[in-house]
Design a binder for this molecule. Structure first.
Ligand SMILES: N[C@@H](CCC(=O)N[C@@H](CS)C(=O)NCC(=O)O)C(=O)O
Length: 208
């Protein structure tokens, strides 16, 4: 039986977001927590030929790459009862069918130390995916992001909203990969620095 089938039986499913899901979940959730997962680093190594790019100029979006020394911060969303099926169907279309991600199970550790770790579903793009782009220099990644846009907007927005989310909700976290790419893009397009991401209060109100 699949992980989320087991959790569906419990009427509670946690979903961990670390890219656009931290600022644009677009599914109904009961509550959310800021926190992290161990053993993965976030990298702009996945291609996007639908949302933030197209077939000729695929954008760059984030995925998770295994690294025992690393951890990745984001948001875990709790989906309950009748919303589980709808949320999984929505995310399957958004992340798997159109995004090229697969699902894995991870242990999420809440930022609030008094709270217990929990099991969560996560969407990861792996190197065997046809639109996986892999490593490149921060400058090359920034140049690609700067010139791409797709069905939901510019690739710069995707980058800046994620960086803004981290500054607002995880100010103590250093994410050199994310912020160096953002700096390279904003050196070229300073006017994009004003994009704001929802903070946790907005997320908690479910108005993200
Ligand atoms: N799976 C990651 C990344 C998700 C992600 O960024 N997916 C892209 C699909 S390639 C997306 O949904 N983009 C919507 C948008 O950019 O508006 C997460 O948990 O946040």
């Amino acid at each position: 039986m699949k992980f989320h089938d087991i959790l569906k039986e419990r009427n509670s499913l946690w979903i961990f977001g670390y890219g656009s899901l931290v600022w644009k979940p677009d599914f109904t959730y009961k509550r959310c927590k800021i926190g992290y997962i161990k053993g993965y680093k976030r990298r702009f190594w996945h291609g996007d030929d639908f949302y933030r790019g197209d077939k000729e100029n695929p954008g760059r979006v984030v995925t998770l790459v295994e690294d025992q020394e690393a951890c990745t911060w984001g948001v875990a969303y709790e989906v309950t009862h009748s919303k589980i099926e709808d949320s999984l169907q929505y995310l399957n279309m958004r992340e798997v069918v159109l995004g090229g991600y697969i699902t894995e199970t991870v242990q999420f550790i809440p930022k609030e130390k008094a709270q217990c770790p929990l099991l969560a579903l996560v969407y990861i793009a792996t190197p065997d995916n046809p639109i996986y782009l892999g490593p490149a220099s921060d400058t090359e990644i920034a140049a690609q992001i700067a010139k791409c846009s797709g069905n939901t907007g510019h690739n710069i927005e995707y980058l800046v909203r994620l960086a803004e989310f981290m500054r607002l909700n995880c100010p103590e976290v250093e994410d050199e990969h994310l912020f160096s790419i953002e700096a390279a893009v904003l050196n070229t397009f300073p006017e994009c620095g004003g994009i704001k991401a929802p903070d946790q209060k907005t997320l908690l109100l479910g108005t993200a």
